[in-house]
Design a binder for this molecule. Structure first.
Ligand SMILES: Nc1ncnc2c1ncn2[C@@H]1O[C@H](COP(=O)(O)OP(=O)(O)OP(=O)(O)O)[C@@H](O)[C@H]1O
Ligand SMILES: [Mg+2]
Length: 382
């Protein structure tokens, strides 16, 4: 930590105030004197600047060094996790046309909970209780969303609701998740370094190992390659309650994306069969969205019910966040998470397990029912 601290004190002094400010969640550097930050979901330009492009490159070199990595002409990109848990990505010129380009996703010091997400307005109380029940019942959950929409945060929150009696294996490219549960095993992939004779260890490799390590549930931090097929198989072979995140803009896209990723590998399984596997593995999709007002909200909680006879995914929304207005002063969206008048197929599990979630919680309010039937005048923002 001290080499990193030294690097901050000496080389990163131009942005030290930004690093120290807990209200800033992301720092974006586009060349020596264009530095932006994100606060409460909105991006602002700062007056901070490095004295020269060389000083900025030197800062990035020393950061890379402090975590045992190199950034230079031969390795012009760096993707690393800093000792304080923050994530950094750097691209050097000439690839980066604006000058050295950096994004630092600061590590959130507090572990968020479902209650925090309710307080942020990202979830309704009822929606949060429903998600809690899905985790409790061991539903397979995929958290979907765009870049920076809050997927990892949501996965962390949901993972922390897994009962302590279950053994949980977490697999990530860069260890980010901090699931607060009693029996957790964390795995991180390794990048190859042919010069040092270090071979690559991929998410796929680690999923295979995880399967042999008696998991109750497996969490794959971010599914972005052929490991999708392994996760789907894990979900389809009795490891109920497994979870992962995927980059997609809505719940159906999340399924399509997973299907495409499954087919990226050298699988001999025909595409139709892969689609059916994806559809039967997925049970709940939690869609995270970053809205233009800076808010990060859960835009959908949906159930996947299989594929119809035309080969389309059958997806039913259980809850959605619906915009009903906009605060003229702050510009913030006004809205709420509402039930969509759909009772999930596993409602029977809720009853037999005596979980406190009455059926009427799925009933849409009158005003939203009108929208659902096409008579409403309020626009759905999600
Ligand atoms: N519901 C929320 N309300 C407010 N801020 C949030 C919420 N969820 C996440 N954040 C903040 O948004 C930032 C991005 O969150 P997170 O890392 O979870 O996103 P992500 O979708 O996993 O991003 P990436 O695509 O880069 O992996 C973090 O600073 C996090 O603290
Ligand atoms: Mg993430």
């Amino acid at each position: 930590m001290s080499v990193f601290r030294d690097a901050i004190d000496t080389f990163l002094s131009p942005i030290k105030d930004l690093l120290d400010d807990d209200a800033i969640t992301e720092i974006m550097i586009n060349g020596k004197d264009e530095i932006f930050v994100e606060r409460k979901g909105l991006v602002y330009k700062t007056g901070n600047a490095f004295s020269s492009e060389e000083a900025l490159i030197a800062a990035m070199r020393s950061i890379a060094q402090s975590v045992g990595r190199t950034i230079d002409e031969e390795n012009p990109r760096l993707d690393a996790r800093l000792p304080d848990g923050s994530r950094i990505h750097v691209v050097l010129p000439p690839m980066a046309k604006n000058g050295t380009t950096v994004a630092i996703r600061k590590f959130s010091k507090e572990d968020l909970t479902l209650t925090d997400l309710i307080n942020f307005g990202s979830l309704s109380k009822v929606g949060a209780r429903f998600l809690d029940i899905c985790v409790h019942l061991g539903k397979n959950i995929v958290v979907s969303g765009g870049t920076g929409s809050g997927k990892t945060t949501m996965l962390n929150v949901l993972g922390s609701r897994i009962p302590d009696t279950q053994r949980l294996i977490i697999i990530e490219d860069a260890a980010e998740l901090q699931v607060a549960s009693e029996h957790v095993v964390n795995f991180e992939t390794r990048k190859p370094d042919p010069n040092a004779g270090i071979s690559e260890v991929t998410i796929r490799d680690l999923v295979i190992s995880a399967m042999r390590l008696r998991p109750d549930r497996i969490i794959v931090g971010e599914v972005r390659g052929p490991e999708a097929l392994d996760l789907i198989q894990v979900m389809n072979t009795g490891h109920d309650g497994s979870m992962g995140t995927v980059h997609a803009n809505n719940p159906v896209d999340a399924c399509t994306r997973l299907e495409t990723l499954c087919l990226m590998g050298d699988t001999k399984i025909p595409p139709d069969a892969v689609r059916k596997m994806v559809a039967s593995a997925m049970q709940i999709i939690v869609q995270c969205s970053r809205y233009h007002d800076g808010g990060r909200r859960t835009s959908h909680i949906s159930e996947i019910l299989g594929v119809d006879k035309n080969g389309n995914y059958i997806c039913k929304d259980i809850f959605r966040w619906v915009q009903t207005g906009r605060d003229p002063e702050t510009g913030k969206y006004i809205g709420e998470m509402v039930p969509c008048n759909y009772v999930p197929s596993f409602f029977h599990d809720i009853i037999v397990n005596k979980l406190p979630f009455p059926k009427n919680q799925f009933l849409a309010p009158e005003w939203y029912r009108k929208i659902l039937s096409g008579q409403g005048g309020i626009k759905d923002a999600a």
